[in-house]
Ligand binder design. Structure first.
Ligand SMILES: Cc1cc2nc3c(=O)[nH]c(=O)nc-3n(C[C@H](O)[C@H](O)[C@H](O)COP(=O)(O)OP(=O)(O)OC[C@H]3O[C@@H](n4cnc5c(N)ncnc54)[C@H](O)[C@@H]3O)c2cc1C
Length: 498
């Protein structure tokens, strides 16, 4: 169907003000925040963008697209970092931010669990503010809280910063409302939700979500410790994550990540208007980005010095202060068992204050300077984390300065979050170097028994490495895909390699 015909048909379904087909809008809604786009933007674009305002309008667009076999790409906040909203072959981007209602906090009569029903296009920060006003919290705090939507959290299998206590989005969900390609709108609960989690818009469009909420606490307890080695810090973390009264945040920084990006570290000021001496130091720093082996040798020498400030750092935060004396005793004991050194509360408090500091504008500036910066999340059972870290670090640090921290310790698993920064002689060479580091890391992850994603999803960035190893989970997804979307209009090309 020609673009003009498509737009005319959509005008018959929605108000003309809810439809865009200008090039800027089509480009904007064909990409997310995958940093690689900054060197090499996607070469395909959707044909039109629509913004429905309720589930019925979503369903009407789906019925039309299904009849005409037009691809549909659900678009939440566009904060994904793996290219999951990038169209394989045009189609309609459905911007879900028009679905923006937040219900009251209610309580289930049987379980006494408090919950809220929220439309899927609501931005996380707005939801948290709304439930805070009633004395509750959603307990889910991705660093992208201000730019991601509730529906996007489900479709991309998001994890928040307090996941050790609350779990990831899957643990917070009670029900979801989904508009299906045939136009039905259904509520799904229990284990039937599972295939929709991490489905990247391939089964239907999530239009509303019933989420648990929890009493908000006014006070927290903070700890920070340094350890002589990463395995000791990780061991302390596993033990703490298995306590019946769980910390909300457990985070281990390796020495280099602590030094460059850890709590209290201002990342580089990238302004062009720096005083001469600062500009000079900045240029030296940038030069070192093209010498990752030298940076890693320097980092490893520093970490061997007898100074706690160069050692792996563990941050522990409880998000309520009941039994604080007992908690303090247990946490100190576990750290002591692993030869940790208590560093006080300040670093943990500072991390909490800065927890949303990762700033996409800064990443954009790096790319303008010809420097790549990207993040790579992987997962592993806790007993394999150290091995996966070592293998990936060896593989990637040959190409890029590679920093890492560990977080999201729950259910016997943890996440390793790598930051890759590098530079070659020009943009094209930097892009090639980025791709080499990325591939080397994911190859090494698989070889060492890790899973190639934790909370960033698959998108296009990780698809070549993605394996549906959880047979039962993905069998259910395949069955539903065939049943619900036989014409494969829902975000085609995602999750399955063509
Ligand atoms: C600075 C920064 C920090 C981040 N920190 C975190 C973090 O701490 N934790 C974390 O988990 N993630 C994090 N992310 C990644 C990203 O925010 C998450 O993946 C988030 O869940 C994506 O939500 P979104 O609304 O932006 O979805 P989008 O990027 O718009 O879409 C993601 C995928 O979900 C599909 N989709 C979106 N909405 C729907 C819907 N209603 N129905 C069906 N499919 C849908 C899309 O088609 C796409 O496949 C971060 C990203 C950035 C840029």
């Amino acid at each position: 169907m020609k673009r003009s015909e498509l737009v005319n048909s959509l005008i018959g379904i929605l108000n003309v003000k809810q439809i865009w087909d200008d090039e800027d809008s089509r480009r904007q809604f064909s990409q997310d925040k995958w940093p690689r786009w900054l060197f090499s933007p996607p070469d395909k674009m959707v044909d039109a963008v629509v913004r429905p305002e309720n589930a019925h309008e979503v369903a009407k667009v789906l019925v039309f697209a299904n009849r005409e076999k037009i691809p549909v790409i659900p678009y939440g906040g566009g904060s994904g970092v793996c290219g999951a909203v990038c169209p394989d072959k045009g189609g309609i981007a459905i911007d879900l931010k028009g679905l923006n209602q937040i219900g009251p906090v209610l309580r289930d009569a049987d379980s006494n669990q408090a919950y809220v029903i929220v439309a899927s296009g609501v931005i996380g920060e707005a939801l948290e503010r709304a439930v805070n006003a009633k004395g509750f919290t959603i307990g889910h705090f991705p660093a992208s809280m201000a730019i991601s939507t509730v529906g996007g959290w489900v479709a991309a299998e998001s994890s928040g910063q307090c996941s050790t206590k609350y779990g990831n989005i899957e643990n917070l969900l009670e029900e979801i409302e989904v508009a299906l390609p045939d136009g039905r709108i259904v509520w799904i609960s229990g284990t039937r939700i599972k295939p929709f989690i991490g489905s990247e818009g391939t089964l239907g469009i999530i239009t509303a979500v019933k989420l648990k909420v929890f009493p908000a606490s006014a006070k927290q307890i903070f700890f920070s410790f340094a350890f002589n080695s990463l395995p000791e810090a990780l061991d302390a973390c596993y033990r703490m994550s298995r306590l019946p009264d769980k910390p909300a945040v457990l985070r281990v920084y390796d020495s280099l990540d602590r030094l460059f990006l850890g709590p209290g570290k201002e990342s580089s000021n990238l302004s062009h208007r720096l005083p001469a001496h600062k500009y000079f130091f900045q240029q030296i720093k940038f030069w070192f980005l093209s010498k990752p082996k030298a940076v890693h040798a320097f980092g490893s020498a520093l970490s061997r010095l007898p100074f706690w400030k160069f050692k792996p750092l563990l941050i522990v935060i409880f998000d309520e202060d009941s039994d604080s004396a007992a908690k303090e005793k247990i946490i100190h004991n576990i750290a002591w068992l692993n030869h940790g050194k208590y560093l006080g509360e300040d670093l943990a408090r500072q991390w909490w204050r800065e927890r949303y500091k990762l700033n996409f504008q800064k990443i954009e500036k790096y790319f303008q300077l010809g420097i790549f910066a990207n993040t790579l999340d992987v997962a592993a059972p806790t007993d394999k984390l150290a091995g996966v870290y070592k293998a990936m670090m060896e593989a990637m640090s040959a190409h890029a300065v590679t920093l890492a921290h560990f977080s999201h310790f729950f259910g016997g698993r943890g996440c390793i979050y790598f930051t890759l920064i590098g530079r070659a002689k020009n943009k094209e060479a930097s892009l090639r170097l980025h791709d080499r580091a990325w591939s080397a890391g994911l190859d090494a992850c698989r070889k060492a028994g890790g899973e190639v994603t934790h909370h960033h999803g698959i998108g296009v960035a990780k698809l070549p490495w993605f394996e549906m190893t959880d047979i039962i989970r993905w069998e259910k997804w395949r069955k539903l895909k065939k049943e619900l979307d036989p014409k494969n209009i829902m975000n085609p090309g995602r999750l399955i390699k063509n």
